[in-house]
Design a protein around this ligand. Sequence first.
Ligand code: FES
Length: 128
Amino acid sequence: MANVGYSKKVMEHFMHPRNVGVIENPDGYGKVGNPVCGDVMEIFITVKDDIITDIKFRTFGCGSAIATSSMVTEIAKGKHIDEALKITRGDVASELDGLPAQKMHCSNLAADALHEAIKDYKSKKQQK
Ligand code: FES
């Protein structure tokens, strides 16, 4: 893959993504589709005392989606769910030292799927 316009951090997370996979019976699950390209992202979380203790992602998205999801999982792990809800795609892109402008839409997936997973956790908790 040509390294045109991608930071070293993006390339590193793309080549060695963290927290890839699936959690069976997660406490929260989020799935979002990207309206721009049609790619899909899933995030699974395990939560204990409102802290995200484990997080995994699975995506059919591109390299930027993989890198941003990898970074989102790293930022979110160990955080309180209310703190994790504040993570924005802008935060993720800046942690990765930027993304090419035409790839910013890919970073929506990771942050949005994380937010969906937390909302899912919160709604399940209310039903208990
Ligand atoms: Fe679809 Fe990047 S092109 S997520």
